[in-house]
Design a protein around this ligand. Sequence first.
Ligand code: NAD
Length: 388
Amino acid sequence: MPNYTTDLSFNFNNPTKIVFGIGAINDIGPEVDGLNKKRAVIITDEGLAATGIIDRIKELLGKRCVGIFSEVKPDTGVYIIDRGVKYAKGLDADILISVGGGSSIDTAKAMAILLTEGGRLEDYQGWQILKRPLIPHIAVPTTAGTGSEVTYVAVVKEHDRGIKLVFGDNHLIPNTAILDPELTINLPPDITASTGMDALSHAIESMHSLQRQPMTDGLALQAIRMIFNYLSVCVENGKDIAARGQMQIAATMAGIAFSNAQLGIVHAMAHAVGARFGVPHGVANAILLPYGMEYNMDICGDEYAMIAEAAGIDIHKKTKREAAEMAVFAVKRLTEEIGLPTRLRDVNVTKDGFAACAENAMADPSIVYNPRTPSGTEDILKLLEKAW
Ligand code: NAD
């Protein structure tokens, strides 16, 4: 157990109302009423719009739904936010309901900034810039991964520069998250796997972040336990609704953990690689996670031993170092077991982009919280080489 020192102090923020259960989506109308709003716009992507989920939510909302914006693309984009804002303004929307994965939820968060404050999205990039509450937002996640339904972060791709803009502000945290496992049962195995590894990377990075504390550790360790128990079950049999529910809860818990503890070098690299090469966020995290852990190993032996235990490994007769190494091994084994690629070269990443990726990773806000400070781009380049 790591020693917390007497100078431990922290803020813990989790304002989102979480509504969980099979059929929880039936509460969507009353949740809008509870926020005293009448003109909801649904934010989603084309794929989901075709699944029947959106029709059902539209029907449940009845007259409260004034429009559906279904132009979200993976990783969203500044131009998508601009289009969504124009659409929602034209309908005089007074609440946003995001339905989908992190791309749809983050689109609604970024739209909320501009619908409330106006101006250019790029100008709000950074940390705790917003001064007042935004237009309300109910998030309905249909992947179990990003945790965006409870986080203070939005990530939006800027296509011209091939980078991800990161926004961090408590005003971005959704008012309500509706977690209904039924909405995730048709998530294909590959996206189930990659989004689940995104959740695992949130939990593990929360455990090695400089800003970790006992409350975030509690959430992260329980999320790790649940992910090691249920992710492969969901990949194997997507219709296992109990396992789907456990993964949704785990992803949300990991989201609360990292929204308070912050992340580290794995996300800094994953954002850079994802934006440049179009690697899905969860896949980039899954590939880079063991290398980020190895990089931090000398400092985080205690934490990684706790992770090994949460992953179901008997560490009883192991040294701390052995246990920590077993945690890294467990992450690699899970990635393979659920059929995800384990190398950057497997996902069309080419070495000619490494220099730019290393620069962008060093400029990513997540790097600040990594327990080991990289000497410069050289450390990142070495890790990318290893992961290639
Ligand atoms: P996504 O939102 O891009 O969705 C991936 C695909 O899954 C889409 O094609 C979508 O149509 C499909 N899909 C979603 N739910 C489905 C369902 N139930 N059935 C069938 N298909 C379904 O993927 P994601 O991994 O959830 O989100 C990734 C984005 O989230 C990235 O932009 C990443 O940077 C961001 N992110 C944000 C945070 C945060 O805290 N704000 C944290 C992590 C990641």
